[in-house]
Write a protein that binds this ligand. Structure first.
Ligand code: SAH
Ligand code: SF4
Length: 388
């Protein structure tokens, strides 16, 4: 008998087809002595029609349906609970293998300007190892990477929530944009993240346009070069400071990959020889009162970014319990934005949404069995601050 490659297994030891790339799925069918085109047929059922029951895949033979039922399954991550915000934001909390919780947030269009847009913010890891000082995910420490099925499963479940009570043939995917901006640093879980983004772009799967899939990174420089070669998606860089001294404090990975190297890698991403490639990157900058939001910082930022084709997105800081920062005032954020605009940069201010269900950026905490024990240290430091 042919050996069937082992991928993510569910508790019944069947092979989970969710999250397999087209090549892996083709190989899987070859090992079942089936034609390669079965892979794209099954991909369409899974990703375009949200079907998990092989017997509903009407263009497969009865024989193949039975065979698949015995050896395979399509198992999304388990939804522990979902929440809906007054502004239309939705949040899912998934219980992933091992019992940890991770979060996914859907942000709908805010008005007629973005009619129909639904942006899903996806997590790539359980917690995060990087400990940025303003980020609640970072404060939870790191437990483990998510698998491709757990990553793409978040998108699958969000789309599925619009498919209930719709006949398979009439179903369509409703999520229009994906941002890898949930929990975790996507470039530190490289392979499953790239595999998942390939499925987002694949016409047999979700078929999203490359401009509608964005990876956000705190600046893992070597992986940025790899990414430019491997896949064509939009890139966002979490900059947050215009000089190394401040960035070392806010985004500690900067000590390993300082600003000069980061900006170089960002330029390489934009100017990559691949002609299909992107025309700019997005620079994310969280606005922290009296920390990184003065006029001097704005001018330093202009100088730092002057040769990088980029758009700047200012993110009002989202507070979390015992956070050591405050959000800059609206006036300050607008003044900062004006300085950048006047220097010729396209600069937008992110509208904070979903705060009422803790679904805003940096409020995604999940429940992490912290292998780094960082959350214990964080609790201790809070307690000693409270005593002072
Ligand atoms: N690890 C990746 C992606 C996840 S974080 C990264 O750092 O880019 C997604 C975005 O939310 C990043 O720009 C991050 O800096 C921002 N963010 C984190 N904590 C925040 C907070 N408390 N308020 C506002 N934005 C925050
Ligand atoms: Fe990790 Fe991003 Fe949070 Fe930094 S901002 S701790 S890289 S999730």
């Amino acid at each position: 008998m042919n050996k069937i490659p082992v991928y993510a297994q569910d508790s019944t030891d069947k092979t989970n087809l969710l999250g397999m790339s087209k090549n892996e799925l083709t190989e899987f069918f070859k090992n079942l002595n089936e034609k390669p085109f079965r892979a794209t047929q099954v991909m369409k059922w899974i990703y375009q029609f949200g079907v998990t029951d092989f017997y509903q895949m009407t263009n497969l033979s009865k024989n193949l349906q039975e065979k698949l039922e015995t050896v395979a399954c399509i198992t999304p991550p388990k939804v522990k609970f979902k929440q809906f915000s007054d502004d239309g934001t939705r949040k899912w909390v998934f219980e992933v293998a091992g019992g940890s919780l991770v979060e996914t947030v859907l942000i709908p269009a805010d008005d007629n300007k973005q009619f129909g847009r639904k942006t899903l913010c996806i997590s790539s890891q359980v917690g995060c190892a990087l400990d940025c000082s303003f980020c609640s995910t970072g404060k939870q420490g790191f437990e483990r990477d998510l698998s491709a099925s757990e990553i793409i499963g978040q998108l699958w479940v969000a789309n599925q929530s619009y498919m209930e009570d719709v006949a398979p043939a009439k179903r369509e995917n409703r999520v229009t944009n994906v941002v890898m901006m949930g929990m975790g640093e996507p470039l530190l879980n490289y392979k499953p993240v790239v595999a998942s983004m390939s499925l987002m772009l694949d016409d047999h799967a979700f078929g999203l346009s490359k401009r509608r899939v964005t990876l956000s990174t705190s600046g893992i420089v070597p992986k940025m070069y790899e990414l430019a070669k491997d896949i064509d998606v939009a890139l966002a860089i979490s900059l947050h400071a215009p000089n190394d001294k401040l960035r070392n404090e806010l985004v500690p990975i900067n000590k390993k990959y300082p600003l000069a190297e980061l900006i170089q890698a960002a330029k390489a991403y934009v100017y990559d020889e691949n002609p299909r490639h992107k025309k700019h990157v997005t620079i994310e900058y969280v606005m922290l009162k009296d920390v990184n939001d003065t006029d001097v910082h704005a001018h330093e930022l202009i100088n730092l970014l002057k040769e990088l084709p980029c758009k700047i997105n200012l993110i009002p800081f989202n507070p979390f319990p015992h956070a050591p920062y405050e959000r800059s005032s609206n006036n300050r954020i607008h003044a900062f934005s004006n300085i950048l605009n006047n220097a010729g940069f396209v600069c937008t201010i992110r509208q904070t949404r979903g705060d009422d269900i803790d679904a805003a950026c940096g409020q995604l905490v999940g429940q992490v069995a912290d292998k780094t024990r960082r959350s214990a240290k964080w609790q201790q430091s809070i307690q000693s601050r409270q005593k002072d």
